[in-house]
Design a protein around this ligand. Sequence first.
Ligand code: SF4
Length: 263
Amino acid sequence: MTKGKIHSLESFGTVDGPGVRYVVFVQGCPMRCLYCHNPDTWEMRDGTLTDPQEIIDNYERNRPFYQNGGGLTVTGGEPLMQVDFLIDLFTLAKQHGIHTDIDTSGIAYRPENKEFIAKLDKLMELTDLVMLDIKHIDPEKHKELTSQPNDGILAFVRYLDEKNVDMWIRHVIVPGLTDDDEYLYKLGYFIGQFHNLKALDALPYHTMGKSKYEKLGIDYPLGDTPPMDQKILLEKKQVILQGIKDRRAEAGIPHDDSVLLDA
Ligand code: SF4
């Protein structure tokens, strides 16, 4: 079995997918999001090699807590950088009847890499939910924000729709950086065309990651940017939702307002 490079494990996660979840934070991410609150997961060479069976054994010890719609989430870092490990982990998870969820930026998606796609196809058969964090809908602004392009990420959305894998879209709203109504509407309009879109999770920017930057000796890129105001967040979510509704109306896709998750 392929071991994973793991940053940390959390037994009772409540913000990483439906219900109470066992959360695996993998090590390594090629993005450099300005608002990242886990810069300690960036480096590929760090992390602890961990066997999938160990993770499933841990899960089984606390199984009663994950009843009622919980399960296993892999986040990071970037999970899809370790696709072999994910296949082995989720194969075991499915043998144990566990709900599986990947929280990803989609940056690892490489449609031209046939070997990767064959593995991804296999992984998607074992995956109940993908939570895809689209950082910015505009290509240029995405690059400024994350250091990486977003064309592969947007192609990954289409891929998930073709594979009919349930998808939640997550979007972090940062004052002055990702809160422009024009782009929020465009984001909604883009994702509104996909039948597999099951939820929209607009997340407020917070500054809790600041101390990690200090520990790592890295300048905090967002300086004095304030946390996202909760009331404004709700207004911004409505802008994305309007984009979703308009696109769904045009495409004749039935719309359900419950797609908007609670803040
Ligand atoms: S994709 Fe996630 S882990 Fe990677 S830099 Fe961005 S916020 Fe941080």
